[in-house]
Ligand binder design. Structure first.
Ligand SMILES: Nc1ncnc2c1ncn2[C@@H]1O[C@H](COP(=O)(O)OP(=O)(O)OP(=O)(O)O)[C@@H](O)[C@H]1O
Length: 249
């Protein structure tokens, strides 16, 4: 069961950004981690409660490295969640294509996103739901600020180049809330070891880990940090920066 608090926040985020709409057929990206498992259960509950109809299917992208998804398949079956494994050869492609020193994680993330989009087409879905949360949005924001010189985060909803709408229903929730949901329900979660980048002998993505540490130190000092980040992401004075395209005058 997904907590009332999560369901309430899901409802608020949905209402604010019009995420799920009548007649949608939504592909939920299910890695089997705590976030996407919570997402699929929360959306299933939302489907039961919504005064309008929409469809949900969960899809797991397999990288072609002999993953064992039997526990995840059984979990979905026993909870009445339509679930498909989308087979790919991303792992082999990575071995051939990846440039030296490029980030394995971002390579896999790009390839996986492409596969999720093809799966959405194959299953006739108009939206793709991802399990990113507020901690992800804050980490992305600071990574973009510090490493790329770009003010940028993760949108709750956007249209991809191919026309598909991507939604992030958990984007205003804390990672620890989602971890607690998975733990309290005893869901069989797949951890980071499932990411194929772990199989390559390269530097791990330190940047994100560093941002996590930095944010947790800041939160120690400013306990309301994430409440403020959530508010700030919704209050943007874009004419107060230096972007010539955004000057109000
Ligand atoms: N192998 C996969 N198959 C389908 N969807 C995926 C897969 N990996 C990630 N996703 C989707 O992309 C989102 C973001 O992926 P990311 O790798 O940042 O998170 P994650 O740490 O895998 O999250 P989770 O706790 O859900 O596993 C996930 O929440 C999920 O919706």
């Amino acid at each position: 069961m997904v907590s009332k608090k999560i369901m309430r926040q899901l409802g608020r985020t949905n209402a604010a950004f019009n995420l799920v709409e009548e007649g949608d057929r939504i592909l939920v990206g299910l890695s089997g981690g705590k976030d996407s498992l919570t997402l699929v259960h929360a959306m299933k509950e939302q489907q039961r409660r919504a005064p309008f109809n929409f469809e949900l299917i969960a899809v797991t992208v397999a990288y072609g490295m002999g993953e064992d998804f039997s526990a995840l398949i059984e979990h979905c079956r026993s909870h009445g969640i339509e679930h498909h494994i989308h087979d790919t050869n991303i792992y082999d492609t990575a071995k051939e294509k990846i440039r030296k020193n490029s980030s394995y994680c971002s390579f896999f993330s790009r390839m996986r996103r492409g596969s999720l989009y093809s799966a959405a087409e194959k299953f006739g879905c108009n939206k793709v739901a991802l399990g990113h949360h507020l901690d992800d949005a804050a980490e992305s924001f600071f990574m973009n600020l510090i490493y790329n010189g770009h003010l940028r985060s993760l949108a709750p909803k956007y249209r991809a180049d191919n026309g598909l709408i991507v939604i992030r229903p958990l984007i205003q929730m804390r990672e620890r809330q989602l971890a607690a949901a998975a733990h309290d329900n005893d869901w069989p979660t797949i951890g980071d070891e499932a990411c194929p980048s772990m199989r390559f002998d390269v530097k791990m993505p330190y940047a994100r880990a560093e941002m996590k540490t930095m944010l947790s130190e800041m939160e120690g000092k400013y306990p309301d940090l994430f409440t403020s980040i959530n508010a700030a992401f919704g209050h943007i004075s874009d004419d107060s920066f230096f972007d010539p395209e955004r000057f109000a005058l």
